[in-house]
Design a binder for this molecule. Sequence first.
Ligand code: UDP
Length: 381
Amino acid sequence: MQIRQPEIPHIVFLFSDTGGGHRSASEAIIEAIELEFPNQITYEMVDLFRDYAPPPLNKAPEIYPPLSRIPAAWSFGYRQTNSPRRIRNINNVAWPYIRRSIYRLMEEHPCDLIVSVHPLMNTPVLRTLRNRRNPFITVVTDMVSTHAAWYDNRADLIIVPTNIARENGIEFGIDPEKIKVVGLPVADKFCHMKEDSQEIRQRLGWPTDLPVILLIGGGEGMGPLEKTAHAINDAHLNAALVIIAGRNRDLKDRLEKHNWNMPVTIYGFVKNMPDLMQASNVLVTKAGPGTISEACIAGLPIILYSKMPGQEDGNVDYVVNEGAGVWAPEPEMVVQTLQKWLREPELRWQTASACRRIARPQAAREIARILAARVGITHPE
Ligand code: UDP
């Protein structure tokens, strides 16, 4: 967080730690603002749920991981709410209950621009602030199956990662002029890796003579990550395995106690994902939009082992159709793909170049310029 200085424009980012993607996206944009406009803009990130919402909504970051582990419930909730009319109805019911929190938020965080990177923060905030003077921009951090809650015509601009996300918005009734396709904001380090993979491996204490498989289940260690790790271990591959358990501490403890028969490194929530991706040869991941976008920039071929039903369905089709990875919803399918890719590295390289083709490494900086222009700061060029 930065202290607001009255003479400098101030941006408030509305996010929440429901998963890892909303935080990563805000941090990537903030980093790009610092790189493009040093000392010209101040900013802060506010977790609207945790810090302002009344109970039980303030527990959303804690409720999200267990809820997302019940695919049928998640899918049902996603489908049942995915229309502008239903979003309006839900907000009509919730609004009397939450509007005071939103007024308090705006009183305590006056700013020149509000940027929402969370689907559930658009309609309630825009409705509460309908007489606002400061602009409101939404940065959509889902890739393809973008939920109706992302789109509200009262936003001044909606920045989306793909053409499909733009078409969804138009279908949900958004003025096409208001939707701009830029890409999903990703940390600058993914785009400018200076260190060679072998150097990173040495620094991290990983084997330097084996291909490295990186296994990630989003920010919360989601999907059948443990089962998938065991299947990889049991396949006796000539490779090393790096597992990111994210914020899932129980999972990390269990993984650490397991008897592995291959070189395995286990981490909890890491802050150096660009290094880990740069130093790996294959990514096995849940179909999270942030992780997929980062892997594309890192040129890391992708095996998708699970998805959040509804929300991440489109990500799977996108990755597969673009040739950037494969869908392997069973641990045996993950193992079969790994065996093939380790045996025939050219298949891996082809997939890696498809990843690079769809990558949008400039997205964070482009978004930073758009936001800066809205608060009256333009690039010197
Ligand atoms: N991430 C991280 N450290 C971890 C695990 C994940 O920084 O230990 C980041 C990851 O790089 C990505 C985000 O968290 O930027 C996960 O976002 P994604 O959209 O893939 O999935 P979500 O967790 O939001 O479901």
